[in-house]
Write a protein of this length. Structure first.
Length: 189
């Protein structure tokens, strides 16, 4: 597996992701796996790597909310105000999905919502700014296993299945909070 510095051109990394490539990268709490949310091939590869059921869905992250606006229905003024208060930051919102949001991103086949976050972790933001596109965000560990917190462990566990982007995980241990924008219900504290 190739470990990549962020100096890899954004264009080359975007092309890799568009072709169904999967990356491992540092997030606030753990190393995460990401692919293009528009790539069925990449989404299937992440689910296969993690041995994760397809009904769970995946979070989509970006460095700017404009980057994933084609994945969700237009937000009401109240919803827009709510996300503006929390982003960038460790809060993921469930919003009404658009038709462009693939079922593997949404999760449950008939799920009409998509999980979105504008991230604030410096290494994640640097990656997202470099590639200038949204990506999925799920922990890099296999389902049910301990989180991966450094690039060496990521490389050891995932072999040649992904391209590892070096970075540092913050000291936070909790995943992002997930809130349903439709009713303000907290899904994950």
């Amino acid at each position: 597996m190739k470990q990549t510095k962020l100096s890899l051109s954004g264009r080359a990394l975007r092309h890799y992701l568009a072709q169904g490539g999967v990356i491992a990268y540092a997030t606030r709490a753990v190393f995460g796996l990401g692919c293009s949310p528009y790539s069925q091939r990449g989404l299937k590869k992440i689910l296969h790597i993690k041995k994760r059921p397809s009904h769970k869905g995946l979070i989509v992250i970006a460095h700017d909310a404009e980057q994933f606006k084609t994945l969700h229905q237009p937000l009401s003024l109240a919803e827009q105000h709510r996300v503006n208060q929390s982003w960038p930051g460790p809060v993921t919102f469930l919003a009404a999905a658009s038709r462009r949001a693939l079922p593997l991103v949404r999760g449950r086949y008939k799920n009409k919502k998509i999980a979105l976050r504008v991230d604030a972790h410096p290494d994640t933001v640097a990656l997202l700014s470099t590639i200038n596109m949204p990506i999925t965000s799920t922990s890099a560990n296999l389902s049910g296993r301990r989180p991966i917190r450094d690039s060496r462990e990521c490389y050891r566990q995932l072999g040649k299945q992904v391209r590892v982007i070096r970075g540092r995980v913050a000291r936070h241990t909790q995943p992002s909070t997930i809130i349903d924008l439709g009713n303000d219900r907290i899904i994950r504290p």
